[in-house]
Design a protein around this ligand. Structure first.
Ligand code: IDP
Ligand code: MG
Length: 140
């Protein structure tokens, strides 16, 4: 296994309910380290660009509206096998299918307002990290 970095977003449903720390604790307990982090309000254009891979999906407009509905916390997580490990800690996209103890099982409100985003592969992780962070902002 190699040390990897992945892009994580704590979504507006979670920041609204003041769950940022509880979510970060799950990442840290799993051995993931926060090596960059900022809280921000996404613009419509930023949310559309970030989720452009989903632009043909029926939920795209609603997803973008949700992602700009309040602040997000964007993070780079680092650790052994970080991309897959973070997906494990997050749980399934649909919280009703997420395993016990996962972020989405414990905190998600719905399949859309599901508390966290995590990159799904090395190439998307690299692209998504550079969407939000410069190399100078990532301190491992
Ligand atoms: P992921 O976040 O688990 O990788 P994706 O399929 O990449 O899931 O979808 C991106 C985001 O779009 C999800 O996290 C969720 O917020 C939203 N989403 C996915 N599927 C649906 C759906 O069927 N209805 C509403 N929103 C959805
Ligand atoms: Mg995805």
């Amino acid at each position: 296994m190699a040390v990897e970095r992945t892009l994580s977003i704590i979504k507006p449903d979670a920041t609204r309910r003041n769950l940022t720390g509880q979510i970060i604790a799950k990442f840290e307990t799993a051995g993931l380290r926060v090596v960059a982090q900022k809280r921000m309000q996404l613009s419509q254009a930023q949310a559309e660009a970030f989720y452009s891979v989903h632009k043909a999906r029926p939920f795209f407009g609603s997803l973008v509206s949700f992602m700009v509905s309040g602040p997000v916390v964007v993070q780079v997580l680092e650790g052994e096998n970080a991309i897959a490990k973070n997906r494990e800690v997050m749980g399934a996209t649909d919280p009703s299918k997420a395993a016990p103890g996962t972020v989405r099982k414990d905190f998600a409100e719905s399949i859309e307002a599901n508390s966290v985003h995590g990159s799904d592969a090395p190439e998307t992780a690299a692209n998504e990290i550079h969407f939000f962070f410069s190399d100078l902002e990532i301190v491992g």
